[in-house]
Design a protein around this ligand. Structure first.
Ligand SMILES: [Mg+2]
Length: 398
């Protein structure tokens, strides 16, 4: 140790000395944070840019020390979510981005009438993950290191040769037995594909009326489903209670439930065996970690829903790495629909047994090619409201 550094360390208190040592370590990695006294105190949010690249809006949050964080805003109309994110910037402009819980609360509680719901929670999620990205980069570690560290070495994912999910199409209240038999045939084919040791899941997509789903579930016992996903549209807990009483297959849901308040009734009423928060829908890393803790108290594992860009996937994977009860994680490594062009690179791989390795880069661990992002954003971006109809022309859930 050189003289100057020894003098500095003996001259400082223990905590300050620790910071100085850490500062040195981070400086070795050319981090802009090496310019900061104690890494955190003088850091400020200076700028945000929202870029619409279908079907997502990507948030780039900049700080006065050059550290940049990224967020994935998805699952809602970009024509509305982009200006909402730009409006919410007013609440974080000039703030210290490492005060993540404080800023989360500041946004969540900012307006008594606009609190919660898809638009606010998806937008808050994108901002939240950008703040975690900044903080991880500041300390030079993956986000899961700041969430208590990894509790597992790899993460079981689907779809892989070992794990497949079968989707459902909307089913009429007066459907014929042939419709249900077709679903059974698809599930049987998936079971055959993965073999007896693989995992098969069925996604009911909230599109099968309760009576039909109960009937269908009784036909599925031979195929050993890991779970039935979204057995009903969220809203009335009594529907879930009825399904849980009559279906002898684990039930999972949560992709449309946002935050701890919407997840809690499923646990209290023992309706779900698996919770499926989507990090991008549920208020981000901060909120998903809290949901995992609630679920842990009920011995309910998470199977996170994840149809996102590589940024959103990584945010979810960071939480999955750090929570004790995890069943399986949704993951589409080659899904170009959410990753147009070659904007974002991931640094993890799925192994031959169907497990993803942990991200290794600082923050979310995603390398964003800003030139590619700019190029993609210049292409015409359009949005059309989705929707489904049944054969008789009436509107369906999906
Ligand atoms: Mg689903």
């Amino acid at each position: 140790m050189d003289t100057t550094r020894r003098q500095m360390l003996t001259g400082l208190g223990a905590a300050a000395a620790g910071h100085a040592l850490l500062n040195d370590a981070v400086a070795a990695d050319k981090s802009p944070s090496s310019q900061v006294g104690d890494l955190c105190t003088t850091l400020k949010i200076t700028k945000m840019k929202a870029t619409w690249v279908n079907p997502n809006v990507f948030l780039r949050i900049e700080t006065n020390h050059g550290i940049v964080g990224w967020g994935d805003l998805k699952g809602v109309d970009p024509r509305v979510s982009k200006p909402l994110a730009e409006s919410l910037f007013e609440l974080i402009d000039g703030e210290n981005p490492t005060r993540i819980e404080y800023l989360w609360q500041k946004i969540f509680r900012a307006h008594r009438n606009m609190r919660g719901g898809a638009l606010m929670m998806h937008t808050l999620a994108a901002i939240d993950m950008a703040l975690w990205d900044i903080t991880g980069k500041l300390w030079g570690v993956p986000v899961y290191r700041l969430l208590g560290g990894p509790v597992r070495d790899r993460i079981r994912v689907y779809h892989t040769p070992q794990a497949r999910k079968v989707p459902a199409s909307p089913v009429n209240h007066a459907e014929t037995p042939a419709t249900l038999e077709k679903i059974v045939a698809n599930i049987a084919a998936a079971r055959k594909l993965v073999g007896p040791s693989g995992a098969v899941m069925f996604d009911a997509h909230s599109a099968i009326p309760p009576a039909a789903l109960i009937q269908l579930a009784s036909m599925l016992k031979p195929y050993d489903l890991l779970f039935i996903e979204e057995p009903a549209v969220p809203g009335n807990i009594e529907v879930f209670k009825r399904l849980k009483e009559q279906i002898n297959i684990p039930l999972a849901a949560g992709e449309r439930d946002r935050g701890i308040y919407e997840m809690l009734p499923y646990l209290l009423h023992r309706c779900l065996d698996v919770l499926q928060p989507d990090c991008c829908h549920t208020g981000g890393i901060t909120s998903m970690k809290k949901i995992a803790t609630l679920a842990e108290a009920f011995h309910v594992p998470l199977a996170p829903h994840c149809t996102a860009s590589n940024l959103g996937i990584s945010a979810s994977i960071q939480v999955a790495a750090s929570i004790p009860f995890l069943l399986i994680h949704e993951f589409y490594p080659d899904n170009k629909g959410f990753n147009p062009g070659s904007i974002m690179r991931i640094d993890w791989k799925v192994d031959a047994e169907g497990y993803a390795s942990l991200p290794t880069g600082p923050g979310l661990g995603i390398d964003v090619d800003e030139t590619a992002l700019e190029t993609e954003s210049k292409k015409p971006q359009t949005y059309k409201w989705p929707g489904q109809k049944l054969k008789d022309g009436s509107i369906a859930d999906y």
